[in-house]
Design a protein around this ligand. Structure first.
Ligand code: PAP
Length: 280
């Protein structure tokens, strides 16, 4: 991960019209990629013949710092993308390439209840490498001590949260649970933030509903492209397309984590976020 981040810092040239989707792993990246892609491209594609019906959401929005499958020249691929670029990152705000936040581009940050994030990650990691099995106890200890792929969970959220409070027109802060409970409202908010609000005519024709439906867990998991095939190799580990979908629920942690662990995690997160206004 460090290699990709360092390379991105040296090579990525931010543009004012970039839209950057920032997340910690397992906080809903796939969903956000699909939603942002569907919203920003809705005048180009018909919903009945849409790229998301045949392409994985992870493929339609590339990561700045994670090479696309089969590409040895990721920086050149990213640079060659026409404006306006829709890009994703797992990097914490403080590690974004120079100029990214000051160039005027918009950032959408999506986070998720830390307990569900941890449970989702544990399942993901255990599916990646055959024979590899991380226990809930071990995963919990690491998460609790701040050993997460892109730094401590709370630091990652806090950096983007503070920026979203200071510059709400630049950083939109969303929660997975918020999209789950009212996807239509979030889709409208996202469109507004991205400068492409739904028109009266679109509202009447149900365009926002179409976006929600196309990007829903049920729809995406029913498509062949999200069931078979491989998204991208990571450190020689081949990621199957289906590995990005599991349950897509809020509160699944109760089935995998003890009450004691949950309380401990809630308490450290609460402590770390104290005074920021951000709560889970
Ligand atoms: P990534 O960071 O590795 O790209 P990411 O997409 O953030 O992964 O996380 C996958 C989680 O989002 C999974 O959660 P779960 O393990 O709790 O089930 C996955 O099911 C969920 N997810 C993927 N697509 C959707 C969707 N369209 N709607 C809701 N949840 C989704």
């Amino acid at each position: 991960m460090l290699e990709g981040i360092l390379l991105a810092q040296q090579t990525f040239k931010p543009r004012a019209d970039n839209v950057i989707l920032a997340t910690q792993p397992k906080c809903g990246t796939t969903w956000l990629k699909a939603l942002a892609f569907a919203i920003t491209n809705r005048s180009r594609y018909d919903f009945s013949d849409h790229p998301l019906l045949t392409r994985h959401p992870q493929h339609v929005v590339p990561f700045i710092e994670i090479p696309t499958a089969g590409s040895d020249h990721h920086a050149a691929v990213i640079e060659a993308l026409p404006s306006p670029r829709l890009l994703a990152t797992h990097m914490p705000m403080s590690l974004l390439p120079p100029g990214t936040t000051s160039c005027g581009c918009r950032v959408v940050y999506l986070c998720r209840d830390p307990k569900d994030t941890l449970v989702s990650r544990l399942h993901f990691e255990n599916k990646l490498v055959e024979g590899f099995s991380l226990s809930m106890d071990a995963a919990f200890s690491m998460f609790y001590e701040g050993f997460s792929p892109y730094g401590p969970f709370w630091d990652h959220c806090l950096e983007y949260w503070r920026e979203s409070v200071a510059r709400p027109n630049t950083v939109l802060f969303l929660k997975y649970e918020e999209i789950k409970s009212d996807p239509m409202q979030v889709v409208r908010k996202l469109a507004e933030f991205l400068g492409v609000p739904f028109t009266q005519e679109e509202e009447s024709s149900g365009a926002a509903q179409e976006v929600v439906k196309l990007c829903s867990f049920e729809k995406l998991t029913s498509l062949q492209v999200n069931q078979v095939g491989v998204v991208r190799p990571r450190n020689n580990v081949r990621l199957s397309n289906s590995v990005f979908y599991r349950k897509g629920e809020v509160g699944d942690w109760v089935n995998h984590m003890s009450q004691e662990m949950a309380e401990k995690l809630d308490s450290i997160v609460q402590h770390k976020l104290q005074g920021s206004g951000l709560v889970f």
